[in-house]
Design a protein around this ligand. Structure first.
Ligand SMILES: [Zn+2]
Length: 64
């Protein structure tokens, strides 16, 4: 959880949508939690992912 931004991300679809909200863990599958931290736009349901340390490790393993 150390690679998260200090400020909430803004919706990639439109800056007018404003800040995105952290997706509650209760609404996430195991795979989603493994991948990292999800943010959703309350206006258009766009979502973005900040990859977890675990996923970064997997990606590095694949590169070798
Ligand atoms: Zn949006």
């Amino acid at each position: 959880m150390s690679n998260l931004p200090m400020v909430l991300p803004v919706c990639p679809a439109s800056a007018e949508h404003g800040e995105m909200v952290l997706r509650p863990l209760a609404f996430q599958t195991y795979e989603q939690k493994f991948c990292g931290t999800w943010y959703d736009c309350p206006q258009c349901r766009s979502s973005i992912l900040f990859p977890s340390m675990e996923l970064s490790k997997v990606n590095e393993e694949v590169k070798k």
